[in-house]
Design a protein around this ligand. Structure first.
Ligand code: SAH
Length: 393
């Protein structure tokens, strides 16, 4: 008999509204003694079947739902989910050869991330329930996608909340020499899936990079937190006169230089290794000014507890970025922290603009690329904000 969990009275509403996470505090009773990672059936207090998910007694999230029907969670289940995820990408980005193939909750596979870099798949098992099924998941991925290699980048600190060690390494096939070259929006970028940040590249900004096109022709562009220069190279492709990128990681800056050269931009791209806060202050002092400033910092707010310091950090970079713009120039400002809600982010940019005495016009309000689909009932699956403003004076 399948183990089961019964929720406390009235604790089912979030789940009925589409959320997939059941906290320990939602559970009234467990039957059938499930082991960590086992599949359990979940029932409301009145006995209504809510769905089926995997159980972890060691995580604050006791159960993550995988399905709302009584179907076996086996290799063919994962194969169907992967095919469905693939079909979505084929619909919304038919020409893309590198994209996020599986985005966890957004693809109804909580705890699983799979990025496709050309013919290489990079996998993250974020939870015990997914980690326990790694073999059938890799088999299903190989069957669905016929990749050249499946490489694991589960070197993610949040695995510790699940009682898991960090892991990294080849799971299947043969990894091509790293870094490898991927294509995005007709441009080439080197990606190091084994040694780069996260899975090697920030695929979630693909559509926002494209949105630079109308704002950069002839412009002098500053790309702050440039990583491997993806925004900078797009800006050049869309006609920027010159780009200056800054990042605190030496590896990122060197990769950005190679990426500019790889796309034929040798005389118009400059990259500096520096702390963005110091660098922006320095630029202000030396009266350097730009037509477009891009701000794409790391997640300053890693949890709710870090909200206030994170807000100050975001506000400061935005204030400093705004000061460097010519009148009529554009600010492209991002936040990738789920803990910074969109309305709050908008508000802090306006505060920075008031402090800097730079009146703004909102040009576009954007989010994560469509290969990072947002599950409407799971607010945590929406994280990326990208606002484009014009400085009027
Ligand atoms: N814009 C990039 C992604 C940026 S990710 C893209 O489009 O792909 C955030 C980057 O900020 C990382 O490359 C990280 O190395 C860098 N970073 C983190 N803290 C920093 C700091 N204090 N100053 C400068 N760069 C920093």
């Amino acid at each position: 008999m399948m183990a089961s969990a019964t929720l406390k009275p009235r604790h089912e509403q979030r789940i009925l509204n589409g959320h997939l996470w059941i906290y320990q505090g939602n559970v009234a009773r467990l039957d059938g003694e499930p082991s960590p990672g086992d599949i359990v059936d979940v029932f409301a207090a009145d006995g209504e079947f809510l769905g089926r998910g995997y159980y972890n007694p060691h995580s604050q999230i006791a159960i993550r739902l995988l399905t709302r029907v009584k179907e076996p969670v086996d290799r063919s289940f994962f194969l169907r989910r992967i095919q469905r995820a693939r079909a979505w990408r084929a619909r919304v980005m038919p020409d893309a050869t590198s994209y996020r193939l599986i985005y966890s909750e957004g693809d109804l596979l909580p705890g699983l991330i799979v990025d496709r870099y050309e013919d290489v798949l990079v996998v993250q098992f974020l939870t015990l329930g997914m980690d326990a099924r790694r073999e059938i998941i890799v088999e299903a991925l190989v069957e669905a996608e016929s990749p050249r290699a499946v490489y694991e980048r589960s070197d993610v600190p949040s695995r510790r909340y699940e009682g898991l060690e960090l892991r990294q390494g080849l799971l299947w096939g043969e990894l091509p020499e790293q870094p490898m070259v991927i294509r995005e929006n007709g441009l080439s970028f080197e990606v190091d899936v084994a040694g780069g940040q996260k899975t090697g590249y920030f695929l979630d900004q693909k559509e926002n990079r494209r949105s630079l096109a109308p704002f950069v022709p002839g412009a002098r562009v500053l790309d702050v937190f440039c990583h491997n220069g993806a925004f900078a190279v797009h800006a050049l492709r869309y006609g920027a006169r010159e780009v200056l990128g800054v990042d605190s990681s030496e590896q990122a800056v060197e990769s950005a230089r190679r990426n500019a050269a790889l796309n034929g931009y040798t005389k118009s791209a400059w990259f500096v290794e520096a702390n963005a806060f110091d660098f922006l202050r320095e630029m202000d002092r030396s009266s350097e000014r730009f037509d477009v400033v891009i701000l794409d910092p790391p997640a300053f707010a890693k949890s709710k507890a870090h909200f206030e310091p994170a807000r100050r950090g975001y506000k400061e970079v935005n204030l400093r970025g705004l000061k460097l713009l010519h009148p009529g120039g554009f600010l492209v400002t991002c936040s990738c922290s789920h803990h910074m809600p969109a309305d709050e982010f908008y508000r802090l940019v306006l505060e920075a603009a008031n402090d800097a005495r730079r009146p703004l016009r909102l040009v576009e309000s954007r989010g994560q690329a469509k290969d990072h689909p947002i599950l409407a009932g799971v607010p945590e699956s929406a994280y990326l904000k990208c606002l484009i403003f014009q400085v009027l004076e």
